[in-house]
Design a protein around this ligand. Structure first.
Ligand code: FE2
Ligand code: FE2
Length: 211
């Protein structure tokens, strides 16, 4: 758990630089600091850590001085590291899944950087749109190759699309309160769906020669 403390400090510093004006602490700044800390929740509460942790984030590296943080500007840890075990053996689908991972990591990084609500909403909208088109790709393939679990899989897609739509609506109403909920949901949704469901239809397609 200690490995992410330095990135937390760095992100809080970034927010402070943007929002603190002398001794004047504004409510917006406090909300942003809270959002940044909550954005680390998935990393602090048992979700997978990034596979490669930069040296300066390792436990023995010690606290990073503020001026060093400014000079180094390291990238924040990725929420999801793509792994070969997520591959479904169909290159087109793997590429789309990797794009979804990239978009979730992009959203997470934007939250850590204290990006504004409109920037976050734009990424979340893009992610939702890409997910819907990805679902359509999978459904077309499943139908074309007569996958027997098509109806169940499509129902799961419809449910996920509705959940993402709801998250978008909630994030518009309460932008800074959704960070851990959104990130944990997206992380579990993508990884869980790929491993538990996508691999099943992919095995059917692989057997039909689709790779
Ligand atoms: Fe998928
Ligand atoms: Fe799927």
């Amino acid at each position: 758990m200690r490995r992410v403390l330095s990135p937390v400090n760095r992100c809080v510093l970034q927010v402070a630089k943007r929002f603190v004006d002398g001794n004047n602490l504004q409510e917006g700044m406090l909300n942003r600091v809270e959002a940044v800390i909550r954005a680390f929740d998935p990393l602090l509460t048992g979700c997978p850590m990034p596979t490669a942790t930069p040296t300066r984030f390792r436990p023995n590296a010690g606290a990073v001085a503020a001026d060093q943080i400014h000079m180094r500007t390291p990238a924040p840890p990725k929420l999801i590291a793509w792994s070969g075990r997520y591959s479904v053996g169909i290159s087109r689908i793997d590429t789309q899944h990797q794009r979804l991972v990239d978009l979730i990591n992009e959203l997470h990084a934007a939250m850590l950087a204290g990006e504004g609500d409109s920037a976050l909403a734009k990424i979340l909208d893009g992610l939702a749109g890409y997910a819907v088109s990805h679902f359509a790709t999978e459904e077309t393939l499943m139908k074309k190759f007569g996958y027997p679990g098509y109806e169940q899989h499509k129902a799961e897609h419809d449910k996920l699309a509705a959940q993402v739509k709801l998250l978008i609506e909630k994030s518009r109403a309460h932008p800074t309160a959704l960070t851990p909920e959104v990130m944990t949901f997206l992380q579990r949704w993508l990884v869980g769906h790929i491993i538990n469901l996508d691999k099943k239809y992919a095995a059917h397609l692989n057997a039909a020669g689709v790779t």
